[in-house]
Design a binder for this molecule. Structure first.
Ligand SMILES: *[C@@H]1O[C@H](CO)[C@@H](O)[C@H](O)[C@H]1NC(C)=O
Ligand SMILES: *[C@@H]1O[C@H](CO)[C@@H](O)[C@H](O)[C@H]1NC(C)=O
Ligand SMILES: *[C@@H]1O[C@H](CO)[C@@H](O)[C@H](O)[C@H]1NC(C)=O
Ligand SMILES: *[C@@H]1O[C@H](CO)[C@@H](O)[C@H](O)[C@H]1NC(C)=O
Ligand SMILES: *[C@@H]1O[C@H](CO)[C@@H](O)[C@H](O)[C@H]1NC(C)=O
Ligand SMILES: *[C@@H]1O[C@H](CO)[C@@H](O)[C@H](O)[C@H]1NC(C)=O
Ligand SMILES: *[C@@H]1O[C@H](CO)[C@@H](O)[C@H](O)[C@H]1NC(C)=O
Length: 614
């Protein structure tokens, strides 16, 4: 601490004749708790033995120390008792008062007084300064939003610094500019507290009339305080504030869907203002208020009537004016397809017709006609020329708006072509099935008006009639059966015959059937030998008759263009079967066959064709 003693700072070193000259520093600075040393330098023509040295402190100037040639004594009962000492005898002209464990109240002025018997008194003064570094400062922001429309400065935040000595200073900064009191704009309020320890705590509140730009500003405090030999500074963290300001511009837009809007879509409209906090809006359409106090308007399942201008409205609370934003919405539409002629068209064979398909839309459309999945026209007009059986069917027109994915509608037209029925050739008309089993016969007829289908069978089992184009009957096989499907309408008739061959158990071919029949006849011949002769004669006669009948038919050329011995024998064996059946089975079948044969000789011949050759 002796370093602090600077002769240059000495004052009062006035060399006058026959006086005691005393020199001391103006100031000694020290942290609380440290040791202070205060030097006192003097000159005197007298020897040290003639001097009395006393130390005092102001303001009541109590003596704290006395020394002369005979003794040194520290005064009892002062605040310094026990903490001070003075070294040196004074013979060198220099004394140092040492104060240990410096207290705040030690900050007084010390006086060193030299008394000489011959030269009178001389004294010097030194002010002791004591310092305490304050704690780190803190800052706190106001969390609520601050409106720019507040008339008076509003509190922004407060800073606090504790336990410093002497009193620290707090300075507020906005960004990097210090803030000082400006009437109606900035007000900084300091509150200084002296703690019981004698240290100072300072709290500072910043009040500001905020501007919109303050939303981006940062605020902080700087604390400055003295230390021995100078000043120091610390800073707080930076804070920002929430500034509330009203909107001046409102924008509105269609949030979803992006792009073209069609009927049935869910549309979301959004509004945004430039104020803080985000304003809420009232939506308007055609002067009707919708959904107040929100930022989003959702329109579900829009229709073309939802098209038009939409507005959102909010209030500017500074001017009490309405601020609006707007956007227009257009909802595209595609109506149901209208087909002319409507629903069905009935054509005569060879006739020509034109059909149209149209759908009202806000967009340009493309129309395509399809039949059975194949494109038949790529415009809205469908022309059918020279109507034939294949012209009939269902025509579908598809109307599309290519601009919008999935926007399409369809119409249908059923076309009927009048004409006699035509039965499509069944897969097989010659069937075989085990006796007692069921067999299904199916018949598919085309024609308009819708033909009625009549089923008949040789055994009379099936007598079925229905209206329609497709018919299936189940037949129980009891014996060989011929069945007929007859489709007819106003314009004519078509027929197809089925032949079902009954297969008895364990037998698979006609030959075995024949054997069975012969064996049956053999069992009958065991009656007597005379009978055998008669039977042989009858057989020969029958063969002769059969031969002539076959020859007659052959001549008529009606055996399906077939000829040859094998066929003839097969026909014969069939005839045999029929004969046997006629004998053994019911007579009704025979009647049926006969009736058919009588009524339609040509058809009868065809029936023969269908009889299985095996
Ligand atoms: C006074 O005493 C201190 C230690 O107690 C010493 O450091 C200092 O040099 C002395 N000063 C004089 C002038 O003797
Ligand atoms: C304000 O401060 C908070 C944290 O204190 C920070 O998250 C936010 O980004 C700041 N805002 C601005 C505008 O600086
Ligand atoms: C504190 O402020 C006062 C008044 O402006 C000034 O005189 C003093 O020097 C300041 N103290 C510090 C440590 O800056
Ligand atoms: C959409 O509106 C149409 C016509 O108003 C209605 O037929 C349809 O059911 C609605 N769909 C939904 C999902 O609400
Ligand atoms: C819609 O907003 C535009 C600006 O975005 C404005 O020029 C126009 O006048 C507004 N229309 C209506 C009807 O408010
Ligand atoms: C005949 O048709 C009926 C009903 O359509 C079906 O249940 C049966 O299995 C068919 N029989 C044969 C042998 O195909
Ligand atoms: C089919 O039936 C109709 C009426 O039921 C009849 O007039 C016609 O002669 C029959 N045709 C055939 C081939 O059986």
């Amino acid at each position: 601490m002796l370093v602090n003693i600077k002769l240059a700072l000495m004052t009062g070193l006035l060399f006058t004749w026959a006086t005691v000259e005393v020199g001391m520093e103006d100031r000694v600075e020290v942290f609380r708790g440290d040791t202070a040393q205060i030097a006192c330098m003097f000159t005197s023509s007298e020897g040290i033995g003639a001097l009395t040295i006393e130390w005092f402190y102001v303001s009541f100037r109590p003596k704290i120390y006395k020394q002369d040639s005979t003794m040194k004594s520290v005064e009892r009962g002062t605040q310094f008792t026990g903490r001070i000492s003075v070294n040196g005898t004074g013979s060198t002209g220099e004394l140092v008062l040492t104060i240990t464990d410096v207290l705040l109240e030690d900050e007084v002025e010390f006086i060193c007084q030299i008394n000489s018997l011959t030269e009178g008194d001389g004294e010097g003064h030194t002010q002791l300064r004591v310092f305490e570094t304050p704690e780190l400062p803190s800052i706190e922001r106001v969390h609520t939003g601050i409106s720019v429309s507040n008339d008076n400065p509003s509190k922004i935040g407060s800073c606090e610094v504790k336990n410093g000595y002497p009193k620290p200073n707090i300075t507020w900064y906005r960004d990097n500019t210090p803030l000082y009191n400006v009437p109606d704009e900035v007000s900084v309020l300091h509150l200084v507290t002296m703690e019981s320890s004698g240290l100072y705590s300072v709290r500072s509140d910043l009040n500001l009339k905020v501007m919109k730009s303050d939303k981006d500003a940062s605020f902080y405090c700087e604390v400055s305080y003295f230390v021995p030999g100078g000043t120091r500074m610390t800073e707080t963290n930076r804070i920002n504030i929430t500034v509330h300001y009203t909107s001046t511009v409102v924008s509105m837009w269609v949030e979803s869907p992006k792009g073209e809007i069609k009927e049935g879509d869910m549309v979301e409209l959004q509004c945004q203002g430039d104020g803080n906090p985000k304003p809420v809006f009232t939506f308007r359409h055609n002067d009707i208020e919708l959904d107040p106090d929100t930022t989003t308007l959702v329109l579900e399942n829009v229709t073309r009537s939802d098209s038009g201008l939409y507005e959102c409205v909010t209030m500017n609370f500074d001017t009490y004016e309405e601020i609006t934003g707007n956007t227009s919405l257009f909802v595209n539409y595609l109506d149901d397809a209208v087909v002319i002629p409507e629903g069905t068209a009935v054509l005569s064979e060879g006739e020509e017709m034109t059909a149209t398909c149209n759908a009202l839309s806000s967009l340009t459309t493309q129309t395509t006609w399809f039949k059975n999945g194949e494109q038949v026209s790529n415009e809205h007009v469908l022309t059918l020329k020279d109507a034939g059986f294949d012209t009939a069917g269902t025509y579908v027109c598809v109307v599309k708006a290519p601009e919008i994915e999935g926007m399409e509608t369809t119409g249908t037209l059923r076309v009927f072509v009048q004409g006699r029925p035509r039965i499509s050739e069944p897969q097989s008309t010659d069937l075989e099935e085990t006796v007692e089993k069921m067999v299904n016969l199916s018949c598919h007829a085309r024609g308009f008006p819708v033909p009625s289908i009549t089923w008949t069978s040789s055994d009379g089992q099936v007598q079925h009639r229905e209206d329609g184009v497709h018919s299936v009957v189940s037949v129980k096989v009891t014996s060989d059966i011929n069945a007929f499907c007859n489709a007819s309408n106003d314009y004519g008739t078509d027929a197809v015959a089925f032949s079902i061959k009954a297969i008895t158990h364990t037998t698979t071919s006609t030959t075995t059937t024949t054997t069975t029949t012969t064996s049956t006849s053999t069992t009958t011949t065991t009656e007597g030998s005379g009978v055998i002769v008669a039977v042989i004669i009858i057989c020969i006669l029958l063969l002769a008759i059969l031969g002539s009948v076959l020859y007659f038919l052959y001549k008529k050329g009606k055996i399906c263009g077939r000829s040859g011995k094998q066929d003839l024998t097969k026909e014969k064996s069939n005839k045999d079967n029929i004969v046997v059946e006629m004998k053994s089975d019911n007579t009704e079948e025979a009647v049926l066959l006969g009736v058919n044969g009588d009524k339609k000789p040509s058809n009868d011949q065809v029936d023969f064709c269908y009889l299985p050759p095996i």
